[in-house]
Design a binder for this molecule. Structure first.
Ligand code: MN
Ligand code: MN
Length: 227
């Protein structure tokens, strides 16, 4: 229940029943996912969770001072209405400071799409770390009567390749990675400031305990994760 795999056509996630949020969410972005479909407006509970799990509802976030922060962002799945709607399940959300959500976090989201538009494929993993963020109503470690944890930090890592086939075999010591860690408060409110919050992939591995890009050979990981 603390590492429940959600394997969807649009994204994958490790979900924590008791935190009410994903540990991580992962997806691949390339230009075929982009488009001009209609952005969904209705957030819904994820009915693919086991019936025994608490199913977080959109109203669990209402009046909490935290926004419903997409991990896989809406604009990364706009090729069809159905694919966009699939991102509005509450298992793809974390309670996120609104200025942060629309600030540096969105700045990097916009940038990942510019990389896709020019012909790259990007593998992205993001999640929250710890407990305790600051929203419009001040500091909180949980919302919804304790059923949803408010992360302390939000992180993202990605690896960027020219679109092609057999992606793992094409990763070299020159392959680009981008990683970010930001506090879940209003500090990172400037969309253009996202570069300020870049860190190495190794830093996110140290923070989270995860081994990203683990299918890439250790000698290559050692180089591209230290950048
Ligand atoms: Mn967002
Ligand atoms: Mn690694």
């Amino acid at each position: 229940p603390h590492n429940y795999l959600l394997d969807k056509p649009q994204f994958c996630a490790s979900y924590d029943r008791d935190k009410g949020i994903p540990n991580w969410t992962s997806w691949q972005l390339n230009s075929t996912w982009l488009g001009s479909a209609t952005r969904e407006t209705v957030y819904s509970s994820d009915n693919t969770l086991p019936p025994s799990f608490y199913h977080v509802t959109t109203s669990d976030y209402s009046n909490t001072g935290f926004s419903r922060g997409h991990m896989c962002p809406s604009a990364d799945r706009l090729n069809t209405d159905a694919n966009n709607t699939a991102l509005f399940v509450m298992t793809n959300m974390i309670p996120q400071n609104q200025a942060n959500n629309q600030g540096a976090w969105e700045g990097l989201e916009n940038y990942e799409r510019t990389l896709a538009i020019v012909g790259n494929v990007i593998y992205i993993i993001s999640g929250g770390y710890g407990a305790g963020g600051t929203g419009l109503n001040g500091y909180a470690e949980t919302i919804a009567g304790g059923k949803v944890t408010v992360p302390k930090k939000i992180w993202k890592v990605m690896i960027v390749l020219p679109a092609g086939t057999n992606d793992i075999s094409r990763v070299t010591v020159s392959t680009r990675t981008i990683a970010m860690i930001i506090n879940n408060d209003s500090t990172a409110s400037d969309q253009n400031s996202w570069g300020t919050y870049r860190v190495s992939v190794d830093s996110v591995e140290s923070l989270t305990g995860y081994d990203f890009f683990s299918d890439v050979s250790p000698s290559i990981q050692a180089v591209i994760e230290a950048k």
